[in-house]
Design a protein around this ligand. Structure first.
Ligand SMILES: [Zn+2]
Ligand SMILES: [Zn+2]
Length: 489
């Protein structure tokens, strides 16, 4: 009996795309004489697939390539061995193909894929390549407009290179809709010291996956996705416990549009794409999904950690965009009463018209109002989303003894915790930045029509009007709640 196991050879191949078409090379000798193949070759021990591909193409064609996408792996069997072929799509970044090994090469059009006599391995990979081309809308642009932060008060729409895959866990997403968030204004005003001058702003967006690195398995080119505000590895201690905001990865936490280029542009590179991208269900539009990765994730997380019960009176302080998202998620917990505290007449009117069952009060009378509308001398749960000195004080003052007080707001300066005044109230404070790892569940709730944030979108701008959009948002003009920005209108 022959027990010898057949060896598996790891092989890489690329479809090099240009305006001329796809490059194929012809075998001039041996068993595969006169057959066409995608250029590539064997992976040597110790090489990554990407390294092997770059080396093979350099040796074979004298061209430096940029890997735009991993397409798929296909396997096939020879009598003596198995071949595992990893197919990529690349662009030539320098040099003109000069064939060193093969006698001829040919640029073929996408529609010619089936008119060529391919090697057996290529025949298997053609359907996956075809699928890539059918789904991808990569337009081969090299530069794109990007709204860029240059230091306090200095933002400008400039041309930047289209990003490409830097790491096998990356994906490139074509942004179809983004937003402006209050945190973008915090960066503009210099109150986010870790924001890096030169980065593209924007951390709330949806789009279409253009291409993915070889280690990405959850999404593929053509998928419509939400992009998470937080980058997280999914593997460290904090990620494993769901505390993704504290991910230990160098890019972990809020990186997009802060420490790495964000989404107020046409294309964005998303690290740890398997973690940070979620597929949008077919019955959910971009406008329905655009807040999933940031303010809606925040509202969902705030409602989750606040442990809301059906007999509770819940007080939410602040009816800005995040406050409204928190309200929508708190409503899903079906508490007995929800009270919103807000000072803007415009926003009070907005809440009254859309959510008539919600009780509304203003900061000056909030404490009395909450006492009258709760059974145990204060709210059972308080969620503070406003972020001022007064609202912080109001949050613990309006809470009943042993209440949970969740602080979602980001303050400009330190807050006083007057422990003697609070003594005996035994409050439970939960404080911090969103752990944005519930996006899949949120998308499901949107798909089931249980959450709808589209009423928050009061204004729509194209990317080339983004300066105007910032001016309107920053100055609270024209009843603005949220602005969405589309790269191509
Ligand atoms: Zn934000
Ligand atoms: Zn992590």
């Amino acid at each position: 009996m022959n027990c010898k196991k057949k060896e598996t050879l790891e092989v890489v191949a690329t479809v090099i795309t240009t305006d001329n078409g796809i490059l194929a090379t012809q075998r001039g000798y041996g068993d595969f004489k006169d057959k066409w193949e995608f250029p590539g070759g064997k992976v040597e021990p110790g090489e990554t697939l990407e390294q092997a591909l770059a080396r093979e193409i350099r040796e074979e064609l004298d061209v430096e390539i940029r890997i735009d996408s991993f397409v798929d792996t296909v396997e096939y069997e020879y009598p003596e061995f198995y071949i595992r072929l990893h197919v990529f799509v690349c662009s030539a970044v320098s040099g003109t193909p000069v064939l060193k090994v093969h006698k001829s090469s040919r640029w073929i059009g996408k529609d010619e894929l089936h008119s060529v006599d391919w090697l057996p391995a290529d025949e298997l990979s053609i359907p996956v390549v075809e699928n890539y081309f059918n789904n991808a809308t990569w337009d081969k642009k090299s530069v794109m407009p990007a709204y860029t932060y240059f230091g306090t008060g200095k933002l400008s729409l400039i041309d930047k290179p289209v990003p490409h895959i830097n790491n096998p866990k990356d994906a490139i997403v074509r942004v179809t809709l983004g937003s402006i968030c209050t945190s973008d204004l915090h960066i503009k005003h210099g109150s986010v010291p870790r924001a890096m001058p030169g980065i593209t702003l924007g951390h709330e967006m949806v789009g279409v996956v253009e291409c993915v690195g070889s280690a990405v398995t959850n999404v593929k080119p053509g998928d419509r996705v939400t992009v998470n505000v937080e980058t997280f590895c999914g593997e460290c201690f904090f990620c494993k416990h769901g505390y993704v905001n504290n991910c230990e990865d160098p890019d972990g936490g809020w990186a997009l549009g802060c420490r790495i280029d964000g989404g107020q542009t046409e294309y964005v590179r998303v690290p740890h794409a398997d973690m940070g991208l979620n597929r949008i269900p077919d019955n959910v539009t971009d406008e329905q999904a655009v807040f999933v990765g940031d303010i809606l994730a925040t509202g969902f997380w705030a409602a989750r950690i606040s442990e809301i019960k059906e007999e509770d009176t819940v007080l939410i302080i602040g009816a800005g965009p995040t406050g409204i998202c928190t309200l929508l998620c708190a409503m899903l917990k079906l508490p007995e009463k929800i009270i919103i505290c807000e000072k803007s007449e415009e926003r009070i009117a907005f809440i009254r018209s859309l959510y008539p069952d919600v009780l509304v009060t203003s900061p000056d009378v909030c404490k009395d109002f909450v006492m009258r509308n709760s059974r145990h001398g204060g709210a059972d749960v308080v969620i503070e989303v406003a972020g001022s000195d007064d609202s912080f004080r109001l949050a613990w003052e309006c809470a009943r003894p042993n209440a949970i007080v969740t602080i979602v707001a980001l303050y400009d300066k330190p807050q006083l915790l007057p422990l003697p005044d609070m003594y005996g109230k035994n409050l439970i404070f939960k404080i911090g930045g969103v752990d944005g790892c519930d996006c899949e569940e949120i998308l499901k709730l949107i798909s089931e029509r249980k959450i709808d944030t589209t009423p928050l979108i009061t204004h729509r701008f194209s990317l080339n009007e983004i300066e105007n959009a910032y001016r309107l948002f920053e100055n609270h003009l024209d009843g603005v709640i949220k602005i969405v920005v589309a790269p191509k209108c």
